[in-house]
Design a protein around this ligand. Structure first.
Ligand SMILES: Cc1cc2nc3c(=O)[nH]c(=O)nc-3n(C[C@H](O)[C@H](O)[C@H](O)COP(=O)(O)OP(=O)(O)OC[C@H]3O[C@@H](n4cnc5c(N)ncnc54)[C@H](O)[C@@H]3O)c2cc1C
Length: 409
């Protein structure tokens, strides 16, 4: 079981971070590759965790602290694995790293962003806002080092940014690099993306600004998000007084995602509590086929008991703009009636689509595209790229992946 070669962990969300830390704390070297400039994956953008409703700082901050101490983890952000050859115990991989244009002299003081007028779409805030072209994703970003989107920045701003940094951290000439590494095991932890609900024709086709998805709702409710945690309607900034949560937005539908992602009901129940806290007078609806709360049944019961929340077993058949409001047409399954409900905003509970695009190896997947362990190549899938799951489950999964990696030497 002695492993001299490092393990390559691809994906720096909760699954990848947990796997890397498990191995590192056993004294084993790890190369952690994340495609975005910051770690944390979806969890970094949550307002709160279910079921305890604590902030994600609970789990992530502890992991970041452990990462800071882990001298045997080599982290590459803005990086992708483009070639995998060999097999368990002896892989050769190519990693392509994009330039960050900000070196490790950065103290995250923010002077560069103050000097910068150019903006870019804020992907961390799920496109609900813009950021400066030089930015940190959030106050708890890891690594705590700015990143420059050079293409989004005009020439005049580039000079101002460089001048504003008194530490000489802005390096406009930085070039990308291509690394070849020899690794003993590979853990694939690239997570999921939300299903593109604009493909669901009866849910607004992505054309109604006040129809958002559940990841956008996390940012809207967060005090560090684009509205400072106020529930403001994306179209006109009006305070939201009624919200509808639409379950199975594309899920359990043979034309879209045939499977249940398992966590969307819990995510909506959690987000209902955001609305009730931020706007206690707001009316909240949840339309579902059936609520799947799994081991968190008590959490569901708590939300159900709230008089301001109407949980309706009903399938949403259409969402339309009706004057100032959104109109939802719902087939009420219990009464058998077609009902109409007008709200300020609708939140689509979109399911999880595994991030398995552009894999640099021939993948084995299940019927729904989730990555399976491939015995010939030996690449170990973990977390939501393997199956939809909550954070507690993916952390357990990560321990299993670390053990498997250990055994591959
Ligand atoms: C709206 C919503 C709310 C939720 N709320 C909760 C909650 O309150 N409590 C809870 O327990 N669970 C919750 N979940 C589930 C939680 O999001 C997942 O359990 C968790 O994000 C899984 O982590 P992961 O690392 O597997 O995937 P991700 O979080 O998706 O992370 C994957 C990482 O891999 C990176 N990556 C992707 N492709 C590549 C590539 N090719 N190369 C390198 N890196 C790559 C991504 O940038 C990302 O950093 C929620 C899910 C949703 C959708």
């Amino acid at each position: 079981m002695s492993q001299s070669k490092p393990t390559l962990v691809v994906g720096g969300g909760m699954s990848g971070i947990s796997t890397a830390l498990e191995l590192s704390e056993l004294g084993l070297p790890v190369i952690l590759v994340e495609r975005s400039p910051f770690l944390g994956g979806k969890v970094a953008a949550f307002n709160k965790y279910f079921p305890k409703l604590c902030p994600p700082t609970c789990g992530l901050e502890i992991n970041y602290k452990r990462l800071r101490k882990a001298a045997n983890i080599t982290l590459h952000t803005q990086a992708r694995v483009t070639r995998v050859e060999g097999g368990p115990g002896d892989y050769s991989v190519t990693i392509e790293v994009e330039p960050r244009f900000v070196n490790d002299r950065c103290t995250a003081c923010g002077a560069c962003a103050e000097a910068c007028a150019s903006e870019r779409e804020d992907d961390f805030n799920q496109s609900l806002a813009k950021t400066k072209a030089i930015y940190l994703s959030s106050p708890m970003a890891y690594p705590r080092r700015y990143v420059l989107d050079k293409e989004a920045c005009d020439e005049g701003d580039l000079a101002k940014i460089q001048e504003a940094c008194k530490y000489g951290a802005v390096d406009l000439e930085e070039e990308g690099s291509v690394l070849t590494e020899s690794v003993g095991a590979i853990v694939w932890a690239t997570g999921f993306s939300p299903y593109d609900a604009s493909r669901v024709e009866y849910l607004g086709r992505g054309e109604l600004p006040d129809v958002i998805n559940n990841l956008q709702m996390e940012r809207l409710a967060d005090k560090t998000g684009p509205t400072g945690g106020k529930l403001l309607r994306p179209s006109d900034g009006k305070e939201v007084t009624s919200v509808a949560f639409v379950q199975c937005a594309g899920s359990r539908d043979l034309k879209h995602l045939a499977y249940c992602s398992g966590i969307c009901c819990l995510a909506s129940l959690k987000q209902i509590s955001y609305v009730r806290e931020a706007a206690p007078d707001a009316k909240v609806y949840m339309f579902h086929i059936d609520v799947r709360a799994g081991k968190y049944e008590q959490f569901y019961a708590r939300i159900q008991a709230d008089e301001g929340v109407e949980i309706v077993k009903g399938k949403v058949a259409g969402i339309f703009q009706e004057g100032d409001s959104l109109r939802l047409q719902v087939e009420d399954i219990e009464s058998g009636e077609a009902i109409k409900v007008d709200v300020d905003m609708a939140v689509l509970a979109t399911g999880m689509v595994p991030n398995t695009q552009d894999l640099p190896f021939e993948a084995s997947t299940d019927d729904y595209g989730f990555l399976m362990m491939d015995e010939s190549k030996g690449i170990i899938p973990t977390g939501c790229v393997r199956r939809p799951a909550d954070v507690a489950t993916v952390v357990q999964d990560a321990t299993g992946a670390a053990m498997r990696a250990l055994c591959q030497e």
